[in-house]
Design a binder for this molecule. Structure first.
Ligand code: FPP
Ligand code: MG
Length: 276
């Protein structure tokens, strides 16, 4: 048991942690808050292996960690969260693991749309981004139910990338541009970044501010390649996703917020100097 998990077992400790977290979040809300944050939730299998658990238990622990982090995101005021829940490459994993991940997606999607659960409490619209054609029918039913039931929620967005890769996102966008054009012919001069972006899965989302990957691996693994090109802070965290505690994410937010506040002050200063 880790030190933080051990401390949590003390009576009243949960209340103290929740109180300290609430104060910390009030502080965060006073500064600039990112509008869009994405996560590569890496390290679930290593977490399972180290604790002699089954792989599917590692992924379930990963979902619990996601629920804690999402709660924090929406409490702080982050409008859009995008998570890498299943890469197209993950179909190459053992069938038993793929089935376990599909089952987690099916059951957890139905859980988070329950009255009083995450989507309801924070007014979250759930969107599933990726290749629908690769998803088994029972999981697709849960996806359609959760997206339909939450489509009118306007406070926040949860993008679940499933099954997704960035290169497929770009290819899908290009195919859509061609198929929507007259006679399937597009004037090459008319294709620009803006047009491609307008046909990507994240077309309605604000620009990506922070991309976090856990587990100490420093790669993007075909995730948010297009979306992270501009003004996006990439943070590689050296802890496994199920152990990614809200305070760790809080310190990333604090760092980002202080950096942005500095940039805004600089812009103001330059504007004042121009006026003089
Ligand atoms: C990467 O760790 C994690 C995944 C491939 C799956 C992540 C999925 C969840 C946390 C569940 C999310 C469910 C919903 C409905 C949003 P890994 O398996 O690559 O672990 P390793 O790096 O230790 O091998
Ligand atoms: Mg991994």
């Amino acid at each position: 048991m880790g030190i933080t998990s051990w401390i949590r077992t003390f009576p009243l400790m949960q209340y103290f942690i929740a109180w300290a977290q609430e104060i910390f979040m009030s502080v965060l809300r006073t500064g600039p808050v990112p509008q869009h944050v994405a996560f590569v939730m890496d390290g679930n299998r290593r977490f399972a292996r180290r604790r002699k658990l089954e792989v599917k238990e590692g992924h379930s622990a990963g979902f619990e960690s996601l629920a804690r982090i999402l709660e924090m995101c929406y409490q702080v005021g982050i409008k859009t969260v995008t998570v890498y829940a299943f890469s197209i490459e993950n179909f190459k994993r053992p069938p038993v693991e793929v089935e376990a991940l599909m089952e987690i997606a099916r059951t957890k999607l139905l859980q988070i749309i329950h009255h009083g659960d995450l989507a309801d409490r924070f007014g979250i619209s759930i969107r599933v981004l990726g290749q629908r054609s690769l998803i088994p029918p029972d999981v697709l039913t849960a996806i359609d139910k959760s997206t339909e039931m939450t489509k009118d929620n306007t406070t926040a967005i949860l993008n679940i990338c499933f099954p997704y890769t960035s290169r497929d996102d770009i290819v899908t966008s290009m195919r859509e541009i061609v198929s929507l054009s007259e006679d399937h012919k597009v004037d090459p001069d008319k294709i620009d970044e803006n047009m491609i972006e307008q046909h990507m899965f994240t077309r309605d989302c604000p620009p990506l501010d922070i991309l976090v990957r856990t587990s100490g691996v420093e790669r993007l693994s075909d995730f948010m390649l297009w979306q992270s090109h501009q003004n996006c802070t990439v943070e590689f965290v050296d802890c496994l996703w199920p152990e990614f505690e809200p305070w760790r994410f809080g310190s990333i937010l604090l760092k980002w917020s202080r950096q942005k506040a500095k940039e805004y002050r600089q812009i103001e200063l330059e504007a004042e100097q121009k006026e003089l």
